[in-house]
Design a protein around this ligand. Structure first.
Ligand SMILES: [Fe+2]
Length: 492
């Protein structure tokens, strides 16, 4: 059995030069590189200064702007091909004309990025090209740019781009993402069987999650010692392998196994196989699968991170609401009931699942701003004075401000901010009218008012349901959105 691996040299060993006349751009890229583990980063403000830096150093990668005073990126590229043909160059430009792109590729630029660029996009490409350079280095010594190589290069870029784009803004649950990883792997390297297995670190076991094979049971790893041995090797080395074998029926003729990792910890194995009588996988195939596994892992990491932040934040707010409840028994139960009612109205009005999720959060948190209202106002048993009412009216703003730094709850914030706006513009805090008020806030407003009317408050006793409904009808298209009131009346 023969194996082939991509040996990733540590990021620490890679030297990168940033060439841009605008210091904040260099700083942005440098910070991102440092955070990703590339610490050997130098800067130059134009092509001339970059060439001077090459006098004393060699760089693995240059990231260069095109338009710069003194010497621009294209001239730099020209000269680099003479003095350092092995250095990969990524060009960044605000105006990527096609002729410029082709000309730069002919001169050996490995990629182009359009300004303003996405920093994750750049980091992904940097990883790809620095690893690719390691492979190229092993297979050919000189960088001789022929038309065929440019064609190969263009094809490769489009495959890499395709992999990258496939995971950009991917929607759906984790199962959908796992299936997508498997389908894409088969397509990119023309494999015939593919499985994605989750790795249990404690038990050291592999659990098939998605299997595309005519004999799925074959991938129940426990039953195939040869596969288990390969998986263990991938886990141990934290590297992808190509295995070519004529001995093992389950592996022959060619198999790629790649680790899926989050922050250096393996959580899964991606395993793709060609069937008998097909050609073997190449190092290029391995490279594609490695970048696919990395890109997919990054996507999964972001999802997990987002979910855990989201749930943590929600838990924090639940305890915040509970702490208001300690002062004012009304708030927590009220928030719970308002949420239930608002969700029912939203369902009756055919809101999307995402909108309903937003209402659940906004309903729970809509009065969170009351945390800033002093006891003598919040708990006052008598009617409020004008000034005291003014203090109460700050709670939508305060609630919105509490959520603002989190950046997660944009839609929920707008609902919280606007839940006391009125259809006729006489509400607070902004006096918005009609459809200026976010639709979900109009729903919450009806649910909130109905609950407030039908429950005891320190300063007045509860109204019966019929009277409260009469109030809602009376205030159709003055205080409330008439259509929301109608939807509410229908679901009762
Ligand atoms: Fe409120």
């Amino acid at each position: 059995m023969q194996s082939l691996t991509i040996e990733e040299t540590p990021r620490l060993n890679k030297k990168i030069l940033l060439v841009d006349d605008y210091p904040p751009t260099r700083q942005l890229i440098r910070d991102a590189l440092n955070q990703t583990g590339y610490t050997d980063v130098d800067e130059a403000e134009n092509g001339r200064e970059a060439l001077d830096k090459f006098g004393d150093n060699q760089f693995d990668l240059v990231i260069s702007d095109v338009m710069m005073p003194g010497m621009g990126g294209m001239e730099l590229l020209n000269q680099l091909r003479e003095i350092s043909p092995d250095t990969s160059v990524i060009m960044i430009t605000a105006y990527p004309a096609e002729e410029l792109t082709v000309s730069a590729m002919k001169k050996g630029a490995v990629d182009f990025l359009k300004k303003p660029f996405n920093i994750d996009d750049l980091l992904y490409k940097i990883d790809i090209y620095l690893n690719e350079k390691t492979i190229l280095h092993n297979s050919q010594d000189t960088f001789n740019v022929s038309e065929i190589q440019i064609k190969d290069k263009t094809k490769e870029l489009s495959v890499q781009g395709y992999i990258y784009d496939s995971f950009e803004n991917i929607e759906g649950d984790n199962d959908y993402v796992f299936n997508k990883i498997v389908d894409l792997s088969l397509k990119v390297v023309e494999g015939e069987e593919c499985s994605l297995l989750l790795f249990d670190e404690e038990e050291k076991t592999f659990h098939p999650k998605v299997v595309r094979s005519l004999n799925p049971e074959r991938y129940e790893s426990e039953t195939i010692p040869a596969l288990k041995q390969i998986f263990n090797e991938v886990v141990e080395r934290k590297e992808a392998l190509v295995i070519n074998s004529t001995e093992h029926f389950e592996i022959a003729p060619s198999l790629i196994c790649a680790p899926m990792m989050i922050r250096g910890n393996i959580f899964g194995i991606l395993c793709i196989r060609k069937k008998m009588h097909r050609e073997l996988f190449t190092s290029k195939d391995l490279h594609y699968i490695v970048s696919l596994a990395k890109r997919a892992s990054l996507n999964i990491e972001n999802r997990i991170l987002y979910e855990s932040i989201y749930n943590n934040v929600l838990d924090t707010f639940r305890s915040l609401i509970a702490s208001i409840q300690l002062r004012d028994h009304y708030t927590e139960e009220h928030s719970f009931r308002v949420t239930q009612t608002a969700v029912k109205i939203a369902e009756a009005m055919s809101c999307s699942q995402q909108e309903i999720e937003s209402l659940k959060i906004a309903g729970l948190l809509h009065d969170v701003g009351k945390i800033a209202i002093p006891d003598n106002v919040l708990l006052k048993p008598d009617r409020l004075t004008y000034e005291e009412y003014g203090i109460i009216k700050t709670h939508p703003d305060v609630g919105e401000q509490i959520l603002k730094p989190l950046l997660l709850f944009e839609r929920e914030r707008s609902i919280i901010l606007c839940h006391h706006e009125r259809w006729d513009g006489k509400g607070y805090p902004s006096g918005l009218t009609g459809s200026e008020i976010p639709f979900l806030a109009r729903i919450l407003s009806v649910a909130d008012s109905f609950d407030a009317m039908t429950n005891n408050r320190p300063y007045r006793s509860a109204m019966d349901v019929d009277r409260a409904l009469g109030e809602l009808k009376k205030n159709r298209n003055t205080q409330f959105d008439g259509q929301v009131v109608d939807a509410f009346l229908k679901i009762l």
